[in-house]
Design a protein. Structure first.
Length: 451
């Protein structure tokens, strides 16, 4: 088995890795660290949970530590991340890995006051982790200079495109110096990402640790058929019977997440919701409570959950089945991390059986059915030969998830409530065709940061 030492990491970083409790590198680390240390660009197909942050952070820190430029500190590494949560987690990782180094790092994102961020920038930074909206705002105000960046990391590139950040990325790329090392990480590699990668990576080494094999096989999965009206009772029963201490429940809508938190509270189950309408403070508190164990259940929508990096989640509940099959893979990947085991329950009511067919096609197997519960309802089981994604909404019209038929101009289901930029591995091309962001001003750009 490869160890971190044989990847060429310095003593300083080996110490940091050891104090994090890492014994051996993950596949993405094994494959990315050596070429990055040689100065190569890397294109990584890897999702959160694979150890990709260390895969780029360790070599970047090591190269930065080799030589300290004279004069005032300036930004030498820029990491762009689509969401605040992910950006904060990346910054946290940099803190851990650079513990024994003289490195200043900072995260900046929208939705919070800019003054503390500006003060940190004025003191001088080596590493800046940012969401695109706030970064461009602060560049525009003259507080951020990225003209001396040596390392540019674009993280969760597919999500960036899903969220309509392509123009912002292009603007950032234009401001960067020509000579630099580039890294791009993405959970999926549709053509749009390959094109983006081709536009700024030079002779990159491709590292592919695709999520399907990584997550789906390790996680125990169960599907439970029931009526919509019984979902809450089944959830409460499972949480109580299995004494869930660290579980995440996925709903399709923000409103549904809020309502469920109240209902769980009535059943004496402490829960918190995390979604794009919550203030940054509320999201941070919810995550902190979840991490320290005081809140055992987090109720989340897809967009908010992406990148939540909490080890030890034992249960994932798909309270609503996602209307995009790829989201299912991302959701269940929240459990069974870092070699631990986990179980993912999916509730399927009679309006969702088409979604289940789509999910099973994507993961290439049937999810075992758990029917020994009091709410089992055969009417929710997919019909023989049922097509993927065909579901009935309340009005009885049929709808398709967006990735199945790109040219089908379907109505967007529940668009006011949906976190509809939440596509996990959806084809951003298709999505943008349906959901092309309108000309964005700085306000809605900030909104994008806030999800
Ligand atoms: P990431 O994919 O970067 O979000 O990392 C997911 C989780 O894996 C984080 O909690 C890391 O601390 C952890 N991790 C990263 N590398 C390793 C490793 N080599 N061994 C064990 N855990 C790791």
């Amino acid at each position: 088995m490869t160890d971190f030492q044989s990847l060429g990491l310095s003593e300083t970083l080996l110490r940091a890795v050891t104090s994090e409790g890492y014994t051996s590198p993950t596949p993405v680390q094994e494959q990315s660290i050596p070429p990055l240390l040689e100065g190569r660009d890397v294109l990584g197909v890897a999702q959160t949970g694979t150890g990709k942050t260390a895969a780029f952070a360790l070599p970047v820190l090591q190269i930065m530590g080799r030589k300290r430029p004279q004069g005032k500190r300036h930004i030498r590494a820029l990491i762009l991340s689509p969401t605040r949560e992910l950006a904060a987690q990346i910054d946290e990782r940099f803190a851990a890995y650079s513990e024994h180094m003289d490195i200043r790092h900072r995260v900046i994102f929208g939705g919070v006051k800019q003054n503390p961020q500006v003060r940190a920038l004025q003191k001088g930074l080596d590493i800046l982790v940012a969401t695109p909206g706030r970064l461009l705002d602060l560049i525009g105000q003259g507080y951020v200079d990225i003209t001396q960046v040596e390392f540019f990391v674009l993280d969760e590139a597919d999500r960036m495109l899903d969220m309509g950040f392509i123009r912002d990325i292009e603007k950032v790329l234009k401001l960067l110096p020509k000579k630099r090392q580039n890294l791009l990480f993405s959970a999926t590699m549709p053509k749009s990402i390959a094109k983006l990668a081709g536009s700024f990576l030079n002779n990159a080494v491709m590292v592919d640790v695709s999520p399907k094999e990584m997550t789906v096989d390790r996680i125990e999965q169960r599907i439970m058929f029931l009526r919509k009206a019984d979902k809450r009772r089944l959830l409460v029963q499972l949480i109580k019977d299995e004494r869930v201490k660290c579980g995440i429940v996925f709903t399709r809508t923000k409103h549904g997440a809020n309502r469920l938190v109240k209902q769980l509270d009535q059943s004496n189950i402490a829960a918190a919701a995390i979604h794009g309408n919550k203030s940054q403070g509320a999201r941070t508190r919810a995550l902190a409570g979840f991490k320290d164990g005081s809140i055992p259940i987090l109720v989340a929508t897809d967009i908010a959950s992406r990148g939540i990096d909490v080890d030890g989640i034992t249960h994932v509940f798909n309270y609503d089945l996602p209307n995009e099959p790829e989201s299912y893979v991302h959701r269940i990947g929240r459990t069974a991390r870092a070699g631990r085991s986990g179980i993912a329950y999916a509730f399927c009511d009679d309006t969702e059986s088409g979604y289940l067919v789509g999910i099973q096609q994507l993961i290439g197997k049937e999810i075992p059915v758990e029917s020994s519960h009091p709410f089992h309802f055969i009417g929710a089981i997919p019909k023989p030969g049922q097509k993927p994604g065909k579901i009935k909404d309340k009005s009885g019209t049929k709808q398709r998830p967006r990735n199945r038929k790109p040219n089908n101009n379907r109505n967007r289901q529940n668009s006011s409530q949906n976190d509809n930029r939440s596509s996990g591995g959806g084809n951003p091309n298709n999505q943008r065709r349906h959901n092309r962001p309108k000309r964005r001003n700085s306000d809605n750009r900030r909104r994008g940061d806030n999800r």
